[in-house]
Write a protein that binds this ligand. Sequence first.
Ligand code: NAP
Length: 280
Amino acid sequence: MVTKNKKIFGLIGYPVKHSLSAYMHNAAFEYLGLQAHYELFEVPPPQLEDFFKNINTNNIYGLNVTIPHKESVMKFVELDFDSTHIQHIRAINTILNKNGKLIGYNTDIGGFSLDLLEKFNPQHKTVALFGAGGAARAVVYALYKLKAKEIYVYDINREKLGSLLEMMKKIDSSYPIFGVNSVSDLDIKQKDLLINATPVGMKETDPCLIDESMIHKNIFIYDLIYNPKETRLLKLAKQVKARYSNGLGMLLYQGILAFKLFTGREAPEEVMKEALWSHL
Ligand code: NAP
C-alpha cells in the first residue's frame, strides 16, 4: 500500500478489523482519482490521547469513529454547530481535520434515516429499541426528527439509558420516550418497529434478545448490525414473515455523508455500494 503524498483518512475503533469502511472509501477515492487513502486504526482506549496528538504529523485529514470511542472523542474535537442538537447528542462518528482544527459530526443520524425511510416510514409509529449507546443516540434523534409517535428503550446499562433519556429531555421535553427495565416491558407485540442498537448478535454465540412469542408478523425489525448479514434476531423476523433489514444500508449512507464531508465531493454511491456488497 503506497500512501506517501496521499491524504490519509480512516476509522478509529477497538477492534476495527471487521470493518468494511475502507473498501467503500478507497473504491470511491480511486473512482474519482483522488490522492487519498482510507485506513483502519485499531486504537485501544488508553492510546486515544496519543493518537490525537499525532494526527497532523500522520497526515490524517478525516476520521470515522466506532466502538468504543464515539463518546470519548468528544474531548478532542469541536462540534459541528451547524448541526442542530449535536451538543446534546454527544456522539461523534465523523471528524474532519480543517487546518488542524478537528470538527466532529454525526452522519449516523442521516445514514440511519435515509436507509430506514427506503424500507419503513416511522412517522406516527410506535418503536421498541434495544440499546442506549452511541448508535442508539443517533437512532433516537433520527426517529424524533422523522416523527415517530413514541419510543420505548431497554438497555442493560442503566447509566447509558438515563443519559439517553436526559438527551431527549434537553432536545424536546415533551417527546414521549420511555426507559424500561426488561425486554418484556418493551411490550414489543404492541409496537410497529423494533430496532436493535446493541452489539448483541455480532458474535455467533450471542443469544437472541427475544423469542417468537414476543413479536408479530406486521412489525418491521431493523438490526444495526450488518456483519453477520442475518443475526439471530433477523432470522427470527424471517421465520415469522415480518419485514426486516440489517444495518448495511445505514453503513453505506453514513459513509456517503462522511465522504462528502471529507472531500467536498458528491460520493459515487453505486461504487461505494458495490464495494460494500461485494465484501460482505
Ligand atoms: P455502544 O455505544 O457500546 O452501545 C451499545 C449498548 O448496548 C451499551 O449501552 C451496552 O451496554 C448495551 N448492551 C450490551 N448488551 C446488551 C444486552 N444484552 N441487552 C441490552 N443492552 C445491551 O455501541 P454502539 O456504538 O451504540 O453500537 C451498537 C451496535 O450498532 C453495534 O453492533 C455497532 O456495530 C452497530 N452500529 C452499526 C452502524 C451501521 O452503520 N450499521 C452504525 C453504528 C453502530 P454496556 O455498555 O454496559 O455493554
